[in-house]
Design a protein around this ligand. Sequence first.
Ligand code: ZN
Length: 199
Amino acid sequence: MASVLYEILATLFPPQCAVCNAVGSGLCDRCAPGSAARVTVRLRTLRLAALGRYEASLRQAVLALKAGRRDVAAELGRRLAACIEPASALVPVPTTRARRLQRGFDGAVLLAQIAADRANACVLPSLEQIAGDAQRGRDRSARLAACGRFAWRAESSLSGRRVVLLDDVATTGATLEDCAATIRAAGGIVDEAVVVAWA
Ligand SMILES: [Zn+2]
């Protein structure tokens, strides 16, 4: 329903570049980061690939995504697909419930879905962000799969499965490492992460 509404709105109000306002897409080719802007970073246990640094036009695009611009998500997700091996399983880093309600969608989940469509990959949206209190009342297996601020929903098995983490921005990589630890605790294999921007 939401996507039908979005299609109608997109027809009535064609997307405009979040940076230069050119009509046609949420982020025009001129303002989007080229392949030369790509950054790779070695985190503690992960290899991180970013479309570019969190500055100038890419920063503006990320802020527009965070403000709820789906047309910008479409363009960034499309470009992230180029950093993803076909047939990968993508695990988006979940945002908090409050932020999801505020934006109307989870930015990383939407990016992952768009990138997965393009790269013939799949999305496993099974990480959840947990507050200390939310741990209470969880069943034992869910508690065992919890690690730091994240938990892996026990109903989707990960044993031996290789996944790629995906997020909008990475600053220190600590959140990605937190997610990676949770995935490993749930039996998955992860050594790569892709993000839009490295701050
Ligand atoms: Zn532009």
